[in-house]
Design a protein around this ligand. Structure first.
Ligand code: FAD
Length: 289
């Protein structure tokens, strides 16, 4: 099923993200984890693409496992370290496997060297994907601005160009302060961006994740969450409970304020996903007002 169709059906949705293993021998275990999360009936499940784009088969294997469990898969695809020939081959394999949905990304720039590549920005990949077949194409957006963009205004201009290249829906980088998302949605609408936006929520259930998340995403950590991480850092059970409660509260506030599509960065943790889905059991799937 096409994800843009799901997101426009007038209901409240929760989707989930999983990542594939780095090594081939981890595929069976990662597939089992993905299927356990799929058993919680998310609206769709996205499967990330290895950082350097070297393991597209792993993404596809997990996406197949998701589809076998009866949930619509979304395959991530990065381009900054790829040639057109490579991307064309990956897309053909996706088509053969019945994958209709692709999240088109630039990928992070390599730290060293410049491998052979034909793409500079995700917008070029989006145009290329549409030229290869009838895919539903999503893209990433950054409520706090992408770290390389030179500012939120500039980033919004580039996002508009990316959407105009053929984006059917957007998924946001994780954020921990809903005010940042509301401000982004307002600016996106003003820029003429009208595609559905999935709000990315990352439950932090281990205090050691905080520094890594801030470094990788550039997200602002609100003092309220910093206090939680500080207080419960040495008590894993309490930290997990507090992290789940914080993420649940964030999601409820988003839905109460009209956001209908939530994307959960599950970090391949079925227990955390199950707890959050359980907390929202009376809310998910209801008509959006
Ligand atoms: P782009 O949209 O190309 O933007 C990259 C930068 O270039 C931005 O600063 C933008 O403002 C700027 N820019 C865009 N167009 C222009 C232009 N014409 N001229 C000048 N500047 C321009 N990474 C992975 O490796 N695998 C994954 O599976 C993965 N999944 C992700 C999922 C989500 C929801 C998100 C938010 C990120 C994900 N990432 C993933 C990380 C992503 O690859 C990085 O954030 C990357 O640095 C940017 O990718 P992009 O597609 O947003 O790039």
């Amino acid at each position: 099923m096409r994800i843009d169709g799901i997101l426009r059906d007038g209901r409240i949705h929760l989707s989930c993200e999983v990542f594939p293993p780095k090594k081939f021998d981890g595929i069976a275990q990662a597939s089992a984890v993905a299927q356990e999360i799929a058993g919680l009936s998310p609206a769709f499940m996205s499967v990330t693409y290895g950082a350097a784009g070297k393991t597209p088969g792993h993404t596809l294997a997990i996406a197949r496992a998701v589809a076998e469990a009866g949930v619509t898969p979304l395959c991530h695809l990065t381009c900054v370290q790829s040639t057109k020939e490579h991307v064309r081959t990956v897309l053909s394999e996706m088509q053969r496997a019945g994958m209709e949905n692709v999240l088109a990304l630039r990928g992070d720039l390599p730290r060293e060297g410049e491998p052979e590549h034909d793409f500079t920005y995700a917008a070029e990949l989006i145009e290329f994907i549409h030229a290869q077949g009838n895919f539903c194409v999503g893209a990433a957006c950054y409520p706090e601005g992408h770290p390389e963009s030179g500012g939120k205004r500039q980033d919004m201009d580039y996002l508009k160009r990316k959407v105009d290249a053929g984006v059917d829906f957007l998924t946001t980088q994780m954020f921990f302060d809903n005010g940042i998302l509301y401000n982004f949605l307002y600016r996106a609408l003003r820029a003429g961006i009208n595609v559905p936006v999935c709000a990315g929520i990352m439950p932090i259930c281990d205090a050691r994740q905080v520094d890594r998340v801030v470094k990788l995403s550039g997200s602002i950590m609100p003092p309220r969450f910093a206090a939680i991480a500080d207080r419960f850092a040495d008590d894993p059970e309490a930290m997990a409970q507090a992290g789940i409660a914080f993420a649940t509260e964030q999601i409820i506030d988003l839905i109460a304020n009209g956001v209908t599509n939530i994307h959960l960065y599950t970090m391949n943790k079925p227990s955390i996903t199950r707890a959050i889905v359980g907390n929202l059991s009376g809310i998910l799937g209801k008509p959006a007002v």
